[in-house]
Design a protein around this ligand. Structure first.
Ligand code: HEC
Length: 125
């Protein structure tokens, strides 16, 4: 009787550990899914880039600080200010959004969109 009880406890213990391990593994699987942009797809300034600026930048870059990233002003400000030159990786805007002062303002996928948009010619599309 006592022997049987010990086996039952061992089995229950093993099940708890296995369930825990499966739970942790399932969490990990989801945390490693990173959203990425296919570089072959066209990135559109009006519908994909400007919303990033509007949501993350214009609290500070609203006219008094360069570049002016408000809707309607940003394209002109970025191109005439020389922020979106090739190679895209060393452009002033990409360097800034990946630097320590600005890194936290955008998600990895947003940084990637800006990079690809510049690589595709930084068009007002
Ligand atoms: C909390 C305020 C704040 C936010 C939000 C912010 N910036 Fe800035 N940004 C600054 C300040 C202050 C400077 C000047 C100091 C420096 O270069 O870090 C600056 C500088 C820059 C520069 C360099 C300007 C130059 O002429 O060299 C760029 C490019 C830039 N920001 C882009 C962005 C973009 C894109 C976003 C949104 C993803 C953003 N910033 C969000 C405060 C901000």
């Amino acid at each position: 009787m006592r022997h049987k009880g010990r086996i039952t406890n061992t089995v229950i213990g093993a099940l708890i550990i296995l369930t825990g391990a499966a739970f942790i593994a399932s969490c990990e699987k989801y945390s490693y899914i990173v959203e990425t942009v296919n570089p072959v797809d066209t990135v559109h300034f009006q519908t994909e880039i400007q919303p990033i600026f509007t949501a993350n930048c214009i609290t500070c870059h609203r006219g008094t600080r360069n570049p002016d990233l408000r809707d309607g002003n940003s394209y002109e400000s970025l191109t005439t200010g020389g922020y979106v030159t090739l190679p895209a990786e060393s452009s002033r805007i990409y360097s800034k959004i990946t630097s320590s002062s600005h890194e936290a303002f955008t998600l990895p996928v947003e940084k990637q969109k800006i990079l690809i948009w510049i690589q595709q010619g930084a068009r007002d599309n």
